[in-house]
Design a protein around this ligand. Structure first.
Ligand code: NAP
Length: 497
C-alpha cells in the first residue's frame, strides 16, 4: 500500500464501480420512488455515483424489518459470544477491503488517501472488533438487598435504533455508532450524510457477509430534513444516536419530545481551546497546534481552533505555527504526500470564506493564508489561515467555522487561560501544553470539556469515551461507556417464599 503513487490511485479510482443503492432487508435496493442524486468528488467537482434518495416509504419498510428482526431475537437474543464472532469477522472483512474503502472515503470526502488508509479505515475496523470482543466479557449486577430476596439489574438493548451521521468522518463515525449499538443487540437503521454515503453503503454488505442477520443493519441514504426527521419523529424507533451540528442536535431533542421520547444521544460541535504555556516543548507544541486546526481541513469537531498562548511568547510562538501551517497547503487527495484536501463542497468553502471576511471586519489580523487554493482544479480548496489579534468575544472565536482557520488569543496567567477556554457554549475537547506537572493538571482539570490533552492533541483511541460537555452534546461514543447509550437498565426483584 505504501508504494502506491497518485497515478496508481487515480487508475484504481477510474476502474471502480460504486454501489449507490440503499441496503434494506439484507440486500441492495433502489429507493421505492426510484429517485437518485449524484454524490460529488470535492477534489474536482465531478459526480462519483448516483445515490438512492430514500424517503418515508423506504423508512417504513426498514423500520418494520428492524422491528421484526429485533422481536425475533435472531440477533437481540443471540449469545454475546456469537455476536462477538460476527462483529470480529466484519472487522476482518473491513481490513481485507482497506484499499477499496480508503479510496471510496477519499473520493467521497476529499480526505487525503494517507489519512483514510492509515486512519479512518483501520480505526473503523478496530472500533468494531473492540466492541465485539468486549460484549461477552460484561456481567450484569445483583443488587445488595436483604437476604429474603434477589434483585437482578440487567442491561437490555433499546430495540430499534436510528443512527444519523455527518460527512466529515463518515466511516469512523459510523463505526462509533454501529459497533456498540449492534454489540448490545439492537437493530440499527443508519442514515449517512447526503454528501458522503459511499463507505456506509459498502460496509453494510460486508456485515451481511460476516453473518449479521437481515434487517439488523440497514443503510438508507436520503435528506436529513425529510428522511432524517421522519426517523427522529418515528413512533417505533426507540433510540437515536447522532453526530452533527449543535443546531440539528437541538431539533432532534424536540422531535423526540414531539414523538415517543426516544432516547437521544448527541455528539455535536466544538470550538476547542489549545492552551500553550511558555515552559513547554515549543517546537512540538507549534507542530501540533497546526495539526490541531488543519487536519481534515479543519472539518473536525475537536479541531483546536482557539490557540491560547502565554502572552510573553506569543509572537515568537506564532512564527513557529506559521512555519508549520505552510506545510498544510492543500493538494490532490489521491497524492500520498497530501496532508490537507478540499472543503466538502462549494457551500462549505463559501462558509469558510465568509468567516474570513467576518474576522477581517471584526478587526482581527490575517497573519497567514486566507485565499482559495488550486482554483483551476474544480475542487473546493481553502488555504490554511491564521488570525492574530483575536478577542474571545469575536464571532471567529465563538462560532464553529468548520474550516482551516485558527484564531490566536493570549493570556498572562493560568486563571485567565482557563477563563478564556471556558468562555464558550461548547465543551468538546482541548489541550494544555506545559512541562510543569502542577500547571498542566490544574488547567486540564479546570477546562470543561469531554476530552483534554496534556502535551498532545487528538489523543485517545477506542478504549476511552468520547463526547462533549455543554452544547457539544450528551452521551458518549467509544469504550465500554458507549454501551450505556444503547441499553436500558431493567430490575427484576425476586421475593423468596
Ligand atoms: P449536520 O448538518 O448537523 O448534519 C448531520 C446529519 O444530520 C446529516 O446526516 C444530515 O443529513 C442530518 N440532518 C440534517 N437535518 C436533519 C434533520 N432536520 N433531522 C434529522 N437529521 C438531519 O452536520 P454536518 O454539517 O453534516 O457535520 C458537521 C457538524 O458535525 C459540525 O458541527 C461538527 O462539529 C459536528 N461533528 C461532531 C462530532 C462529535 O463527535 N462531537 C464529530 C463529527 C462532527 P444531510 O446530510 O442530508 O443534510
Amino acid at each position: 500500500m505504501l508504494d502506491k503513487t497518485r497515478t496508481d490511485w487515480r487508475q484504481a479510482a477510474s476502474e471502480r464501480s460504486i454501489e449507490g443503492r440503499a441496503f434494506i432487508g439484507g440486500s441492495y435496493v433502489d429507493s421505492l420512488s426510484g429517485e437518485t442524486r449524484p454524490t460529488i468528488n470535492p477534489a474536482n467537482g465531478d459526480p462519483l455515483a448516483e445515490i438512492a434518495v430514500c424517503g418515508m416509504e423506504d423508512a417504513e419498510v426498514a423500520v418494520a424489518n428492524a422491528r421484526r428482526a429485533f422481536e425475533s431475537g435472531v440477533w437481540s437474543s443471540m449469545a454475546p459470544v456469537d455476536r462477538k464472532m460476527v462483529l470480529v469477522r466484519w472487522s476482518e472483512l473491513i481490513e481485507e477491503h482497506t484499499e477499496e474503502l480508503a479510496l471510496l472515503e477519499s473520493l467521497d470526502v476529499g480526505k487525503p488517501i494517507a489519512d483514510t488508509l492509515y486512519g479512518d479505515v483501520p480505526s473503523a475496523a478496530r472500533t468494531i472488533r473492540w466492541s465485539g470482543e468486549a460484549i461477552d466479557k460484561i456481567y450484569d449486577e445483583i443488587a445488595p438487598t436483604q437476604g429474603d430476596c434477589l434483585a437482578l439489574v440487567q442491561r437490555l438493548p433499546l430495540g430499534v435504533v436510528a443512527a444519523i451521521v455527518p460527512w466529515n468522518f463518515p466511516l469512523s463515525t459510523t463505526a462509533w455508532k454501529l459497533a456498540p449499538s449492534l454489540a448490545t443487540g439492537n437493530s440499527v437503521i443508519l442514515k449517512p450524510a447526503s454528501n458522503t454515503p459511499l463507505t456506509a453503503i459498502r460496509i453494510a454488505s460486508l456485515a451481511s457477509e460476516a453473518g449479521l442477520p437481515d434487517g439488523v443493519l440497514q443503510v438508507l441514504p436520503g435528506p436529513g430534513g425529510s428522511l432524517g426527521k421522519h426517523l427522529a419523529t418515528h413512533m417505533d424507533i426507540d433510540g437515536l444516536t447522532f453526530t452533527g451540528s449543535t443546531e440539528i442536535g437541538k431539533l432532534l431533542m424536540e422531535y423526540s419530545g414531539q414523538s415517543n421520547l426516544k432516547r437521544i444521544f448527541l455528539e455535536l460541535g466544538g470550538k476547542s481551546p489549545n492552551i500553550v504555556f511558555a515552559d513547554c516543548n515549543l517546537g512540538k507544541a507549534a507542530a501540533y497546534a497546526a495539526t490541531a486546526v488543519f487536519y481534515n481541513g479543519g472539518q473536525t469537531c475537536t479541531a483546536g481552533t482557539r490557540l491560547i498562548v502565554e502572552e510573553k511568547i506569543r509572537d515568537a510562538f506564532v512564527e513557529k505555527v506559521i512555519a508549520n501551517a505552510a506545510k498544510w497547503m492543500p493538494g490532490d487527495p489521491l497524492d500520498p504526500s497530501t496532508r490537507m484536501g478540499p472543503m466538502i463542497d462549494e457551500g462549505q468553502y463559501k462558509t469558510v470564506a465568509d468567516y474570513l471576511d467576518i474576522g477581517r471586519d471584526e478587526g482581527a489580523d490575517l497573519l497567514f493564508g486566507g485565499g482559495r487554493a488550486l482554483a483551476d482544479s474544480g475542487g473546493f480548496y481553502q488555504e490554511p489561515s491564521i488570525f492574530g489579534g483575536v478577542d474571545n468575544q469575536m464571532r471567529i472565536a465563538q462560532e464553529e467555522i468548520f474550516g482551516p482557520v485558527m484564531s490566536v488569543l493570549s493570556f498572562t496567567d493560568a486563571d485567565e487561560a482557563v477563563r478564556i477556554a471556558n468562555d464558550s457554549i461548547y465543551g468538546l475537547a482541548g489541550a494544555v501544553w506545559s512541562n510543569d506537572i502542577n500547571t498542566a493538571h490544574k488547567v486540564a482539570a479546570a477546562v470543561r470539556v469531554g476530552t483534554m490533552g496534556i502535551n498532545n492533541y487528538f489523543g485517545g483511541d477506542v478504549t476511552v469515551p468520547f463526547g462533549g460537555f455543554k452544547q457539544s452534546g450528551n452521551g458518549r461514543d467509544k469504550s465500554i461507556h458507549a454501551f450505556a447509550d444503547y441499553t436500558e437498565l431493567k430490575t427484576t426483584w425476586i421475593q423468596f417464599e
